[in-house]
Each structure stands twice: as structure tokens, then as C-alpha cells.
Design a protein around this ligand. Structure first.
Ligand SMILES: C[S@@+](CC[C@H](N)C(=O)[O-])C[C@H]1O[C@@H](n2cnc3c(N)ncnc32)[C@H](O)[C@@H]1O
Length: 301
């Protein structure tokens, strides 16, 4: 067993890993600033905050990466003045390049979520997507979210891995790894090169994800920081199983040899199953079985 890393080493690993990942992050994860990205992000916000989620004059995104959430929320007109922070300056450079291309204005500030360089009560919405699981001291970070939010302000985090959902997702990953040689033969693709030049330091990958959550842990962290109306819900089950199967298969093949028809099938299938999850499963099954968790809460007025 490798020795456990200190919180400071985890923060440094996150900075380095994401600085390296920044230049190809959007391509790798299909981050989109067109209609698809707009629909995906606004659908998540509506799921979390209701069909009429309101307008937030001053927003702060934590671990904003290349701007997936904030830039799409600006485009949707759901936020006014947007600030984005991230521990990785490389991610914020990529975000500013995306903002320039889209003609959007956003303030960026490199920051560790556990020590935010913003005044008390200065935002109406504090949000994040796929970031809480990287933060060593969650209690301190929630304390900071509460401090910088104005009274009555809203906190929204989405895309956090659920512990049980993460374990369940190993089933399609293992299945895909086992059938990958057959699949490659069927589509006529060669195995991927062992060395992917665009992959950031692979050894860091296992280090940067420090949590997968039980819903109750997120509830507790938010309540301890003084938030009220705390809700945690789960999203994406079938869509994630389907997505992980395809992603695992695709990772084993030379990318230029994966046929366009396959990519279309993977993309359309994912959207279809996402809709099925939303309509049929998300209101009926416990949050813990889903792959992603979503947290919303309010700072007392
Ligand atoms: C998985 S990425 C998600 C990026 C973006 N929110 C998205 O959904 O595309 C996680 C982001 O959190 C940032 N991060 C990791 N640890 C952090 C910390 N302690 N404080 C602030 N940001 C952090 C990383 O640099 C990275 O940009």
C-alpha cells in the first residue's frame, strides 16, 4: 500500500494534474458550449433548483475547470456577473480562451476551495460541478461557501460521484474491458497505442480523486456549515452504465479508427438513456444507487 498523501500533497497533485489536462480537457470529456452543452447544464440546474430556477446576479463557481457550467449559465442568462475560481491556473487560462471565443465576460481567480480569496456575503449563488470529490478538507470548504454567500444565497453542486454508484459502474467497465478485443474486431479498429501523449501524468490520476460520497455525508457537510433546506438527489444510472461501457471500449481502440456511426450511436444512446433515467428512475430509486449526486441548499436569510 502506498503511504497516504497529506492534504497539501493532494492539492499540489490536483494543480499539476489539471494544469496538464487543461489543453485537451474539453475534447476528452466532450465539454460543449453549443446547444448540447446549454441544454445539459440548464437541465441539471432546473432539476436541482426547479423549473424556474431564478436569476442570480453574482455567481461564484468553485473548481470551474474550462467553464462548462458558468459559461453555459451565462449564455442561458441564468447568472449575471460570473466569477470562476480553480486551484489550477491552466484550467482558468483555458476558461478565459473559451469565454473570449464565446464573447462572454467572466472574472477568474486561482484559489483553493478551502481558502477563498473573496469577501464575506459577496455572491448570490455558489456552484460547482465534479469538484467536491477533489477537496481534502470538505468541512473547511463548506465553511468557505457559506461565508462568501450572501444571506438567503443558494449553493448548488452537481456531478459528484456516489460511493455505491461508483462501485456499480465497475460492472460495465469490467464487461467492456473483457469484450474489447471482440468489439475492435467488429469495427475493424487496431488497439490504441499504450502511450497516449495527451494523457496527463497517469500516476496522478489515482491521487486527485479523494472522495466518493454517500448522500448522507454531503447532507451532513452542508448542514454542519449552517446551510438549511439541504437536498441531495441522485442522477444518471442507465446513462452512466451505457456511457462507461462505450468510453472503456473506445479507450482501447485507435481513436481515428472508431467509426463515426459508432460515435453517433454512443452519443444518441446516452441522451436517450439520460431521459429515461430522468423520467422513470430518478424520482423512484434511492439517491445512493445513481452515479452522480447533486446537492442544493440555502444560507439562512
Ligand atoms: C473534474 S474537474 C471539473 C471541472 C469543471 N467543473 C467541469 O465540470 O468541467 C475538477 C476541477 O476542480 C479543480 N480542483 C481540484 N481541487 C481543487 C481545490 N482544492 N480547490 C479548487 N479547485 C479544485 C481542478 O483543478 C479541476 O479544474
Amino acid at each position: 500500500m502506498p503511504p497516504a498523501l497529506s492534504a497539501e500533497e493532494i492539492r499540489l497533485a490536483n494543480t499539476r494534474y489539471h494544469d496538464v489536462a487543461a489543453c485537451h480537457y474539453d475534447a476528452k470529456w466532450g465539454i460543449d458550449f453549443g446547444d448540447l452543452g446549454l441544454d445539459q447544464v440548464t437541465a441539471k440546474v432546473r432539476k436541482a433548483l426547479g423549473r424556474a430556477p431564478g436569476h442570480y446576479p453574482r455567481s461564484l463557481e468553485i473548481g470551474s475547470g474550462t467553464g462548462y457550467f458558468t459559461l453555459n449559465l451565462l449564455r442561458a442568462g441564468l447568472v449575471g456577473e460570473a466569477t470562476c475560481s480553480d486551484i489550477s491556473p491552466g484550467m482558468l487560462d483555458a476558461l478565459q480562451a473559451n469565454a473570449r471565443r464565446l464573447g462572454l465576460t467572466v472574472y477568474t481567480e486561482p484559489a483553493n476551495a478551502e481558502r477563498l480569496p473573496f469577501a464575506d456575503n459577496s455572491f448570490d449563488l455558489v456552484l460547482g460541478h465534479a469538484v467536491l470529490h477533489h477537496i481534502p478538507d470538505l468541512e473547511r470548504a463548506f465553511g468557505e461557501f457559506e461565508r462568501v454567500l450572501a444571506p438567503g444565497g443558494t449553493v448548488l453542486f452537481a456531478g459528484e460521484p456516489s460511493r455505491y454508484g461508483d462501485r456499480l459502474a465497475n460492472v460495465p467497465k469490467r464487461f467492456a474491458t473483457a469484450v474489447a478485443p471482440l468489439w475492435r474486431r467488429a469495427i475493424g479498429a487496431n488497439p490504441a497505442d499504450g502511450m497516449d501523449a495527451s494523457a496527463p501524468d497517469a500516476a496522478l490520476e489515482a491521487v486527485v480523486d479523494v472522495h466518493a460520497f454517500a448522500p448522507a455525508e454531503l447532507l451532513r457537510a452542508a448542514r454542519r456549515a449552517g446551510f438549511e433546506q439541504v437536498h441531495v438527489r441522485g442522477e444518471e444510472l442507465l446513462a452512466n452504465w451505457f456511457g462507461w461501457t462505450n468510453r472503456t471500449l473506445e479507450a482501447t481502440a485507435a481513436p481515428e479508427q472508431v467509426p463515426w456511426a459508432w460515435r453517433l450511436y454512443a452519443y444518441r444512446g446516452y441522451l436517450l438513456l439520460q431521459e429515461l433515467d430522468r423520467r422513470l428512475l430518478e424520482s423512484r430509486l434511492p439517491a445512493a444507487v445513481f452515479y452522480n449526486l447533486m446537492l442544493t441548499a440555502r444560507k439562512p436569510a
